[in-house]
Design a protein around this ligand. Structure first.
Ligand SMILES: Cc1cc2nc3c(=O)[nH]c(=O)nc-3n(C[C@H](O)[C@H](O)[C@H](O)COP(=O)(O)OP(=O)(O)OC[C@H]3O[C@@H](n4cnc5c(N)ncnc54)[C@H](O)[C@@H]3O)c2cc1C
Length: 345
């Protein structure tokens, strides 16, 4: 049997890959992608597997585990630090280095699992920061044009949990990402009220970057959002559903006490967690195979013996319940590979 993808995903789910290869060098990565494409071999790019739901049947093609390394830094007092990071580097290692070396702007993204190369895909974000705030450019291999392309941030179509890379799935292999980070030991202005309260500053104030990291990690641990081998509440893909963006009519139709955050484009964001809870699914809802995390409504977790089919059935039940109660269809955040959410009977 091929390499089991359950061993490579944070949900601990997924059947075997027909072929599995770990690449540690960028030229090797490009050559492997080009060869697979020339032979029309289906290809799955794998980072840390923390945003992937892979079917129980596995993947009928080549899984490329991207483990490329390298960080190049150019720092000066005017431009700040321009930090170019290979796709396979671990995201949280970069955050630690930033806090240690005084690179400002990614400290609130502490504790997010996965690789640097995956961060532009869904414009990773948490606690008031997102990578779009600090990404200067993304260097890719374009599988359609069969050549390298560098996208400056303005050309990445970054939005809430989306980008041009997510909208055109599989086309761009991220080779490295360049971040432009201000120099200093104080954080970027803290934008998230819960985080500001925890640190003891006002929203919009700065704080020591190390304090921001410590506070974010503590908040995340309390919600089961930092990976922990001993805690099944963290055996997830993070938030399973994105917060819906509503037009004026949809927003008006929600109950008065539903959260509403106005967005710059005129839409209104509401809370997927609130919708799920008010549709009757509380923390821990599920069974001894799969359940909502007991610490966070939005995380669907493997309790240890689940199959992908179990997880998808729970996701479909939750999505169906919200649809029935509020007329809104939740969108899944993780990438589904070889599977989809079933329509509940
Ligand atoms: C406990 C937990 C907490 C989380 N918290 C957050 C959070 O706060 N905010 C947030 O935004 N996300 C969060 N996530 C989701 C996830 O960690 C991020 O989306 C992360 O960036 C995924 O990285 P990865 O390397 O694991 O990607 P993978 O899961 O391996 O891949 C995700 C997608 O990106 C593609 N991909 C991976 N690498 C490349 C590459 N080099 N080039 C092109 N495509 C690539 C894959 O093919 C796939 O489509 C959380 C997940 C978990 C398990």
């Amino acid at each position: 049997m091929g390499e089991l993808l359950a061993d490579h995903t944070t949900l601990r789910l997924g059947g075997p890959a027909s072929e599995y290869r770990r690449v540690t060098d960028t030229d090797e990565l490009v050559a492997a992608v080009a060869e697979a494409d020339a032979g029309r071999t289906p290809l799955l790019l794998l980072g840390g597997g923390s945003n992937l739901v892979v079917s129980d049947e596995g993947f009928p093609g080549l899984v490329l585990d991207i483990a490329t390394t390298g960080v190049e830094v150019e720092a000066d007092a005017c431009g700040g630090a321009m930090v170019t990071v290979a796709a396979g580097e671990v995201w949280d290692d970069l955050v630690v280095r930033g806090v240690t070396e005084g690179w400002v702007g990614i400290e609130a993204l502490s504790g997010i699992p996965g690789s640097v190369g995956a961060t532009p895909i869904q414009n990773v974000g948490a606690y008031g920061q997102e990578v779009a705030d600090t990404i200067a450019s993304v260097r890719c291999w374009d599988r359609k044009l069969r050549g390298q392309r560098t996208f400056f941030a303005a050309d990445c179509s970054f939005g809430y949990r989306t980008s041009r890379f997510k909208q055109d799935p599989g086309r761009h292999v991220v080779l490295d990402v360049t971040f432009q980070l201000r120099l200093g030991d104080r954080s970027a202005p803290v934008r998230y009220a819960e985080l500001a309260r925890t640190i003891g500053v006002e929203v919009g104030e700065r704080a020591p970057a190390a304090d921001v990291r410590a506070a974010v990690l503590a908040l995340r641990r309390g919600k089961g959002m930092v990976l922990d081998d001993t805690d099944p509440d963290t055996w997830s893909a993070g938030s399973f559903f994105t917060n819906p963006l509503l037009d004026a009519e949809q927003s008006a139709a929600l109950p008065a006490d539903a959260p509403r955050w106005s967005q710059p484009d005129g839409t209104v964001k509401t809370s997927a967690a609130w919708l799920i809870e008010h549709a009757g699914f509380t923390k821990g809802y599920g069974n001894d195979r799969v359940s909502l995390s007991t610490k966070h409504t939005l995380a669907l977790t493997n309790r240890g013996h689940a199959s992908t089919a179990d997880l998808l059935a729970l996701a479909a039940e939750v999505r169906g319940g919200v649809e029935h109660r509020f007329g809104l269809t939740l969108a899944n955040e993780p990438v589904l590979v070889g599977c989809e959410l079933p329509v509940p009977a």
